[in-house]
Write a protein that binds this ligand. Structure first.
Ligand SMILES: *[C@@H]1O[C@H](CO)[C@@H](O)[C@H](O)[C@H]1NC(C)=O
Ligand SMILES: *[C@@H]1O[C@H](CO)[C@@H](O)[C@H](O)[C@H]1NC(C)=O
Ligand SMILES: *[C@@H]1O[C@H](CO)[C@@H](O)[C@H](O)[C@H]1NC(C)=O
Length: 325
């Protein structure tokens, strides 16, 4: 149809889980669930398996049915439920075929899932720890009239809406761009980098999967200004598809699958068409991308303090030698 699929990135929320903690009702004991708090349930496994099968079907003309390690990269946050979600997802996406079948009774094959410790994960785990400037912005948001105005009508509504507002207040409502640069923008940058790499002739990767949380999808969508104000449901998946037009030009199409019974919703980046030409997409999102995350987070750099100390000592010695007043 005049264009062909070149790459796909999917960011999903894990499947259904048991309550994360005994909050706020205190009604449940951890022993009520066979695996305890915050764990993927059987329903969650079914949701993720279905998402894997859906992905296989959606990209059947593009993805080889045979698993090929060069064609796919998967990263999960370092939580049981997100890692397990990825494993079931991959069972649906790449059941072994042909000579990849190693046991005819088990139509499953191992596929690697990468992860980094939560304390170092500022690409998928939001809000990222160790970012003082972001903590400051959080406090400002709580105190802002923009947030207080939004909070009032919610006070008498149900928990689900309050949860959506809480998610929105973390990454949006007040100084959204500043926050995006420290949170969702990091993931936007990672996705954009791999999309750009996929336009190179040497590229072999076709699909990139990130397994994470409602906060990850929220941070990402708010950084792109495409958030719908609702808590992302379990197994919700944000798709980025790279196409090459017949003319040779590349463009990005986004969609959001938040309901397994309907097709994903097409999403348009504000300020662009859908699909959006790659260069234009890159230009539009450049304002939420930072080169030096630690610096922008306002982390105290030991080197800088040492430099300042040396400068003071130097000035001090100057003032002595010239006996300034
Ligand atoms: C799919 O992968 C197999 C095994 O690596 C290969 O022989 C085949 O050519 C590939 N098919 C396509 C359409 O790329
Ligand atoms: C944010 O507010 C909390 C509670 O008032 C306070 O303890 C904390 O120091 C504040 N953090 C920043 C970075 O301003
Ligand atoms: C899914 O997203 C669409 C588009 O933003 C929205 O209209 C719809 O209400 C959402 N559904 C759920 C279940 O969140």
């Amino acid at each position: 149809s005049g264009k062909r699929n070149s790459e796909m990135t999917g960011v999903f929320r894990h499947g259904d889980r048991t309550p994360v903690e005994n909050f706020p009702t205190g009604l449940h004991k951890e022993s009520e669930w066979p695996q305890g708090f915050g764990q993927l349930t059987k329903i969650g496994m079914q949701q993720q398996y279905e998402l894997g099968q859906y992905t296989r079907k959606r990209y059947s003309n593009f993805l080889n049915a045979t698993y090929n390690r060069h064609e796919i990269f998967i990263q999960s946050t370092d939580y049981d439920r997100t890692i397990m979600s990825t494993q079931v997802y991959l069972a649906g996406l790449f059941p072994p075929v042909g000579n990849q079948i190693w046991n005819p009774q088990i139509l499953w094959q191992p596929i690697p899932v990468h992860t980094v410790p939560v304390s170092e994960d500022h690409m998928l785990h939001f809000p990222s720890p160790n970012c003082p400037r972001f903590d400051e912005l959080q406090n400002e948001t709580q105190a802002s009239w923009q947030f207080q105005n939004k909070l009032q009508p919610y006070m008498k509504n149900n928990m689900k809406e309050l949860a959506a507002l809480s998610l929105q207040s973390i990454f949006g409502i007040y100084k959204t761009k500043d926050k995006a640069r420290l949170q969702g923008g990091v993931l936007v940058n990672a996705i954009l980098k791999s999309i750009k790499k996929a336009t190179q002739p040497s590229n072999k990767r076709k699909i990139q999967i990130f397994s994470a949380h409602d906060t990850t999808i929220g941070a990402l969508q708010m950084a792109l200004n495409i958030f719908n104000g609702k808590l992302p449901p379990y197994s919700a998946c944000q798709f980025f598809e790279l196409y090459q037009e017949n003319s040779g030009h590349y463009s990005i199409e986004m969609s959001y699958r938040n309901d397994s019974l309907t097709d994903p919703y097409p999403l348009r980046l504000p300020g662009c068409t859908s699909p959006c030409p790659l260069e234009k997409f890159a230009k539009l999102v450049s304002s939420v991308i930072v080169e030096d995350w630690s610096k922008e987070c306002g982390k105290c750099q030991v080197r800088d303090s040492l430099g300042l100390l040396l400068l003071l000592l130097f000035l001090c010695s100057l003032s002595k030698s010239y006996s300034l007043p």
